[in-house]
Ligand binder design. Sequence first.
Ligand SMILES: NC(=O)c1ccc[n+]([C@@H]2O[C@H](COP(=O)([O-])OP(=O)(O)OC[C@H]3O[C@@H](n4cnc5c(N)ncnc54)[C@H](OP(=O)(O)O)[C@@H]3O)[C@@H](O)[C@H]2O)c1
Length: 251
Amino acid sequence: MNPHQLSGKVALVTGGNSGIGLASAHAFAQAGARVVILGRRQDAVDAAVQSIGHDAVGVTGDVAELDTHDRVAAEIRQRFGGLDIYMANAGVALIEPSPEVSVAHYDQQFATNARGVFFGVTKTLPVLNHGASIILVSSIASAKVLEGHAVYAASKAAVEAFARSWALELKDRCIRVNVISPGPVDTPILEKLGLPSAARAGLDDAMAAAIPLARMGRPGELARAALFLASDASCFVTGANIRVDGGMALT
Ligand SMILES: NC(=O)c1ccc[n+]([C@@H]2O[C@H](COP(=O)([O-])OP(=O)(O)OC[C@H]3O[C@@H](n4cnc5c(N)ncnc54)[C@H](OP(=O)(O)O)[C@@H]3O)[C@@H](O)[C@H]2O)c1
């Protein structure tokens, strides 16, 4: 890790208290950025801030609520004056066959995964610095049909569409907009599916078997892709969708 790669930069990671977001927040901080994380659970946000160190800042709020983004943008303006890296990572997955999807489950996934990303970015635009990097987290589910993933996949397809539009809309401010599409990654999101432990083990094995590199991803491997997109190493990359999935989309 180059401790100066993001020196002088300010980064915001939504869902930065867990999994891929937490690993990315660690990576950004270790590369010299001032990091702000946003999550819903105060205790998890506090613990993450402790573990990240480097004067990380924690904010609690729900990305589905538009007020959250106004509050976060105001806090960033007041503390730092502006923002260089916005990683829209917070997301939820509710896996079930389409006939069983309730309106509440449909709305929860779109409110968090799509609306939360859309208004998170648009409401933060006034504090984004010239040359900022926006990183949106999608999923392999938008590229590959996975059982029970119809609504989740559609919410992530929306994220990819936002990225393509914004890459052009924001070009005059030299703001780059890119997507990371993880394959299955070993994070707490899998616990949140609520599967019994035997079913969970079976799911892990099935996912590993479907991945050409024959294992699930690790949060730190996604964080490396995020660091690439956050830094000048990707200065000529915009509108890209980087799959970090062990080759799963190919099968
Ligand atoms: N892990 C995978 O296999 C995988 C694969 C493809 C894509 N992804 C995507 O990667 C991203 C990160 O997932 P992960 O695997 O790291 O999951 P995770 O460990 O469950 O982390 C999700 C994070 O999102 C936050 N979050 C969820 N809903 C929120 C809301 N309404 N408002 C604010 N924060 C909210 C959570 O905060 P709280 O804990 O405080 O609720 C948590 O910090 C998600 O967008 C997910 O869809 C994951």
